[in-house]
Every structure is written in structure tokens, then in C-alpha cells.
Write a protein that binds this ligand. Sequence first.
Ligand code: PLP
Length: 270
Amino acid sequence: MDRFPRTALTIAGSDSGGGAGIQADLKTFLTCHVHGMSAITAVTVQNSLGVSGFYELPPTAVAEQIESVATDIGVDAAKTGMLASAKIIEAVAEVLRRLQIGPLVVDPVAASQHGDALLRADALEALRDRILPLADLVTPNIGEIRLLTGIEVRSDSAAREAAHALFELGPRNVLVKGGHRDGAAAIDLLFDGTTFTQYSAGRRATDHTHGTGDTLAAATCAGLARGLAMPAAVRAGKEFVTGGIDGSFALGSGLGPVGHFWRVKDLDEI
Ligand code: PLP
């Protein structure tokens, strides 16, 4: 390895409550031993009860943040989260393509777990056409799969059908996430166009899962930045988010976040 630490860039929205978005990504990058960098797309007004509003940055400001860090510091891997609008998506896609930034993990964020929109309705097409073809990995949950493909994932065969349909949209790998499905286990399915790899974790009895999608994608991105191959990076991502769900906690009066510090030593051990 030529340089320590490796670097990872998140292109996403700020969550003022600290459980998801940029904040989740940077905490995840830290505990997964990469230097985290950020390009903020939008600032959400958010607490444990939901998102009450968001303010987008100008598309050029988003692209300039990416270009600034990529041309000086260098990006070993990147991920996208909340991209908010078609214009931001176009600006992000242009700079990612021009500077050949990657490997790239795309979390196709459309809404929060409370159902608050984080992507404008007219931006879905731009996400599908401009960002997915650049992705080394796309990590949709079943709601995002419904939006992107129209497929309702209620069975293993539908999960495989969705993986094929998403793969046709251009990403090099697809991770169909099963966390929002019923069943005793949360099973995620990785598809590289030929082979399926399954990742399973026992379902945890907690409502405090705010930020799980971001955390899985960020931990996987950190693995790629550290040079892991895709199946190993996804395994590292799944392991990290499962530990985070085990360490999740109540905060405010709504949905609490995954615990990002579960791998950090207890204070009394330091
Ligand atoms: N807020 C921001 C800025 C996000 O990027 C995300 C998820 O990607 C969320 C909120 C939603 O997080 P969750 O669905 O885990 O509540």
C-alpha cells in the first residue's frame, strides 16, 4: 500500500441529527480506518422525528468540492448518497466522469425511513441514466428498487430478477438489500452480472436503524479505498453495519441511529 491512510470521499447530504448522510459517512470512514472527505449536496433540517426541510447547494458548488479534493488530495474510493436534484446529479456525473473518480459506490437515496423525500421527483431519471452507469456498486433497498425498476421484491426470485434489471442500467455490481424485507435474517444479494453472493445477518429487534443504508455503503466504500475486492468490501460493509445495528441506541423521541463507534475502544480501556 503506497499511502496510509487511504482516502474516501462522500458526496451526500448533511443530517443535522448526525445519524445519517455526511455525518454517518465520516464517522464510518474514521472507524474503518480511511481519511474521510466530503462534498455536501444539500443541508437537511432533521432530527429523530424526521426531515422537516432541506436546502440544496448550487450544482457548481458541489462539483467544485469534488474537483478540489480529487485534483489535490486524491480519492481512493467515493460514494454518493442524497443527491437531491437533477441539476446536482448532472454536475456530479460530469466531474466524476471527467476526473475518472472511482471505485464508486452509489446509494440511490430517495427518501428517509420516515418517508420524507430526499430526491426531487424529476431527479430519478437523472440518477438512473447519469449516475448508475458510473457505479462500481449500487446499493438499493426494496423501496429504491421499486422506484428504479418497478419490481416489488417480496421473494428471493424477485430479488434476483431485480438484480438483473438493475445490472442492465449499467453498474458493474448490484447489491439488492434485504434489510427492509420480512424474515428472520437480513439477506443482501450481490450480483456482478454473472455470479450471486449472499450476505446474511440475523435480524435485530430494534427500531433504531436511522442511517443503516449510508453506513453500509460508506463502510463498503472504505473497504474499496483500502484495496479490498468487491465481495470482500461488501462483506466488510455488512459486518460494520450489523455491528452498528447491535450498538444502535435511542436518541430524541423518534428513530435513533446506528452506533458508529462500536469498534472504538471503551473509554475506560483507553
Ligand atoms: N438524511 C440524509 C442526509 C441521508 O442521506 C439519508 C439517507 O441516505 C437519510 C437522511 C435517511 O436515513 P434513514 O433512511 O436511515 O433514516
